[in-house]
Design a protein around this ligand. Structure first.
Ligand SMILES: CC(=O)N[C@H]1[C@@H](OP(=O)(O)OP(=O)(O)OC[C@H]2O[C@@H](n3ccc(=O)[nH]c3=O)[C@H](O)[C@@H]2O)O[C@H](CO)[C@@H](O)[C@@H]1O
Ligand SMILES: C=C(OP(=O)(O)O)C(=O)O
Length: 427
């Protein structure tokens, strides 16, 4: 198993290219199940999760071809085609490795009239139930049963009728599943209190390019007029706002000056606002975001929330940054019940953090020290790298496979801006 070795202290300076968004790609890929025509996605990031999802799609008879991008380029062009759905079961072995696999449920049901998908189970950051996915699908006409760890969903008469659902809790994944199912229903669906994340807007934009009729895109209420047939489309995956935010924190903790090429500022307002409160200069437009820090970081209080609030996927990275701030900060994690797995590891690097339930109190320290640390989940892993970049001495981060799920060519990108980081085989 690989590990990363980081020798801290270098000020980051230069340009980092931002990849296509993992969380957008994971909902755009299953859209190919909705049509027999080719769906071409540009700017797909090269990530373990994306490879896993493409493999899952082959289970259903979807062919895919990769073209356009040379191996050394960032971003891939992948064409998926589901001429015929040959199988509508997503097995446990594939689903357990990648929670986002549940996102095939809605489109399989819409296209094939039935779907059997393994229940994904919990993960390091929380229980992550899928009850809202199922309730929303039922509300638009699906019949659902749970048996032997699988969800079996069917559309009476082979086609969903459409219907109304008011989400009691904002859920990104449940919104995505419901939208992908509703676009091919025989009637109209009204989905209220939906997630408004930019990745949902990206999903709706692809579906509209495929011929879907969706009103209210970007708002909390969507009205979807089902259509009988969707066509193929070519679509560019949006830039990864979480990757960009992560590198912004990395630049800030080193007092660096970094341009995040390809990042879209309008998707990152909450992250940019938080950075400014911490004393980091940050500005940008639709093509790039620039981060300028002078080494002086101020404590601040942050709370995660559904979009347009501060993303839970940025919480761990901000925590590392605040470890080096002047004063005490209070963080509140409102989305997942167990998303402080990085705290004991940061403490091993000299951080001073107290957690009670969903609240973490971070007392800024003058110095972080390199240590051997263990990555526990994707963003927790990134928080350790951010801390390591500012720490004295060497840090070894183990279990790098978590990072490979969500950061394309991480060490290469950090090396581009002067970080001392290398990947080596574990012993
Ligand atoms: C692949 C992907 O896009 N992943 C993102 C997605 O995950 P994901 O779609 O799993 O997250 P949700 O928005 O669904 O989860 C939000 C909250 O709702 C709860 N919930 C969710 C569904 C459900 O049926 N029942 C229920 O109770 C969850 O346990 C959680 O407490 O949004 C999260 C919140 O922004 C991000 O951290 C993840 O990176
Ligand atoms: C939690 C995340 O992803 P997933 O939902 O795929 O686990 C994440 O991207 O931070």
């Amino acid at each position: 198993m690989d590990k990363l070795i980081i020798r801290g202290g270098n000020r980051l300076s230069g340009t980092i290219p931002i990849s296509g968004a993992k969380n957008s790609a994971l909902t755009l890929i299953p859209c190919a199940l909705l049509t027999d025509e080719p769906v071409t996605l540009r700017n797909l990031p090269r990530l373990a999760d994306i490879d896993g999802f493409q493999h899952l799609m082959t289970q259903f008879g979807v062919s895919h071809s990769i073209a356009g991008a040379r191996p050394e380029d960032f971003g891939r062009v992948v064409t998926l085609q589901a001429t015929r759905i040959t199988n509508s079961t997503a097995p446990y072995d594939l689903v357990r490795k990648m929670r986002a696999s549940i996102l095939v449920l809605g489109p399989l049901l819409a296209r094939a009239g039935e779907a059997t998908v393994s229940l994904p189970g919990g993960c390091a950051i929380g229980n992550r139930p899928i009850d809202l996915h199922l309730k929303a699908l039922e509300a638009i006409g699906a019949e659902i049963e749970l048996a032997q760890g699988y969800v079996r969903a069917s559309a009476p008469g082979g086609r969903l009728a459409g219907g109304d659902y008011d989400f009691p809790v904002v859920s990104v994944g449940a919104t995505e599943n419901a939208v992908m199912a509703a676009v091919k229903a025989s009637g109209t669906s009204r989905l209220t209190n939906v997630a408004r994340e930019p990745e949902i807007v990206d999903l709706c934009n692809l579906l509209c390019a495929m011929g879907a009729e969706i009103e209210g895109i970007g708002s909390s209420d969507l009205t979807i007029h089902g259509v009988e047939r969707l066509n193929g489309a070519t679509y560019k995956v949006m830039p990864d706002r979480i990757e960009a935010g992560s590198y912004a924190c990395a630049a800030a903790i080193t007092g660096g000056s970094v341009t995040l090429e390809g990042a879209k500022a309008s998707d990152m307002a909450a992250t940019m606002h938080a950075l400014r409160n911490i004393g980091v200069e940050v500005e940008g437009d639709e093509k790039r975001v620039r981060v300028e820090a002078n080494g002086q970081l101020k404590a601040t209080n942050l709370s995660t929330a559904p979009y347009p609030g501060l993303a839970t996927d940025m919480q761990a990275q901000f925590m590392s940054l605040l470890c080096k701030a002047d004063g005490t900060s209070v963080l509140k994690e409102t989305i997942f019940e167990n998303r402080y797995m990085h705290v004991p590891e940061l403490s091993r690097m000299g951080a001073h953090i107290e957690t009670t339930g969903r609240t973490a109190v971070v007392h800024g320290v003058d110095e972080l020290n390199g240590a051997e640390v263990m990555a526990t989940d994707l963003r927790a892993s990134m928080s350790l790298i951010i801390a390591a970049l500012a720490a004295t001495g060497e840090t070894q981060v183990r279990r790098v496979y978590h990072l490979d799920r969500g950061y394309e060519r991480l060490e290469e990108k950090l090396q581009l801006v002067g970080a001392d980081i290398e990947r080596v085989g574990d012993d």
